[in-house]
Design a protein around this ligand. Structure first.
Ligand SMILES: [Zn+2]
Length: 377
């Protein structure tokens, strides 16, 4: 309910154009949404007055001065209500109670917080989104090119709690593919090397490290239950197996997770966000592939050691990692209504720049996720 003393301002990332005499074109820079509506002279004057300082009563007075006529307050409030609902204006933040974020964080994440604001109604929800991001505890299996870059980008977004799981040590060939590994770290555990890099970005980050391999009998129940969000990039012994193990445990604990793509046969695949009870789980994907490949008989490859012939390009891996972080941030910061979410895994094609998405649906009879009921985060 809008009050006479409320103060509003035009959103920072909104541009307004006048087409002809009376058509207003609104352009939202961050979401690329566009709106158009017919506006009378009074509405045009009113919008000119919304400066983040004047209250609705002040603006009424100002308009009456301009046109030398009394104006109905309710009519003005109706215009405010309309453009507020459309997200064109927000309450002036100085007049509101804001969720707690330190001044340092406000300054550091200023651009990002404003970006969040364009996906959320009102003026304070963007701070809540930043607060949620900072407080989330992210468990990452696999700290190689994709997992390490996901951790790095999340740290840049403000995530301050990580659990890093990887049994590997840094090797010579890692140096050319991973931003956070350097020559002097060869031989060190990858979790240690990544920890050093994340702390350079933000010394407040808290990190739990697990320098061990994920095996079929490894008990990950405790780790999953303590995480807010789980990422899998562990491709050894095989990404399909680690993903099944992790996804089943996550579904049991109702934890959203991301199965990243971006390596070996999945180079530049987008990976998939899995929300228990809402999206397909890894078993749903497995069933989809079993059905799609029905009748296909694998023929043994004549070359046994194919590893060296499998290509890689760091930009393709980083594309997958960045794509994954966009999805993860949307989830942990609460920026998207996932009930309308419909994207499955996609494959980004280097030559045409197309992304081909698979059409995988959640199987309501799935033995892993079929009976799970979605709970909003
Ligand atoms: Zn399923």
């Amino acid at each position: 309910m809008i009050k006479d003393t409320d103060i509003f301002k035009i959103r920072d990332a909104v541009d307004i154009y006048l087409i002809g005499e009376d058509i207003l074109q609104i352009y939202f820079m961050n979401t690329r949404k566009q709106l158009q509506f017919k506006a009378n002279k009074l509405t045009l004057l009113l919008i000119e007055c919304i400066d983040g300082k004047k209250s609705i009563l002040d603006i009424k007075e100002k308009l009456e001065e301009r046109i030398d006529k009394e104006i109905d307050l309710e009519a003005i409030k109706q215009v405010f209500s309309h453009i507020f609902q459309k997200g064109i204006i927000v309450e002036n933040k100085s007049s509101l109670h804001e969720p707690y974020i330190s001044d340092e964080a406000k300054e550091r994440y200023d651009r990002q917080i404003n970006f969040f604001g364009d996906f959320l109604p009102g003026a304070t929800r963007k701070y809540e989104a930043q607060q949620k991001t900072q407080e989330s505890r992210i468990l990452i299996f696999g700290c190689g090119s994709v997992g390490g870059w996901i951790a790095t980008e999340l740290a840049m977004c403000g995530v301050e709690n990580f659990m890093l799981y990887d049994g590997d040590n840094v090797e010579e060939s890692d140096i050319s593919r991973h931003i956070f590994f350097e020559d002097k770290l060869i031989g060190d555990p990858k979790v240690d090397a990544l920890e050093k890099y994340l702390l350079k970005i933000n010394p407040h980050i808290k990190i739990e490290k697990y320098h061990q391999f994920l095996m079929p009998d490894t008990d990950i129940t405790d780790l999953i239950s303590r995480a807010d969000f789980v990422v899998n990039t562990a491709d050894e012994p095989y990404i399909g197996h680690t993903s099944l193990k992790i996804s089943r445990e996550c579904i049991k604990h109702k934890k959203a997770h991301y199965i990243a793509g971006g390596f070996d046969a999945h180079l530049a695949s987008t990976g998939e966000l899995i929300i228990p009870g809402l999206t397909p789980c890894v078993d749903c994907y497995a069933d989809y592939f079993n059905e799609a490949l029905k009748g296909w008989k694998p023929k043994p490859h004549p070359v046994k050691e194919r590893y060296q012939e499998i290509g890689g390009l760091s930009s393709m891996s980083l594309f997958s990692a960045s794509f994954g972080v966009i999805e993860i941030i949307k989830y942990i910061a609460g920026l998207t209504n996932f009930k309308t979410y419909s994207k499955s895994r996609g494959e980004f094609l280097f030559d045409t720049l197309d992304i081909n998405y698979l059409d995988v649906k959640r199987d309501i009879n799935c033995k892993t996720c079929g009976e799970i009921v979605y709970e909003e985060a």
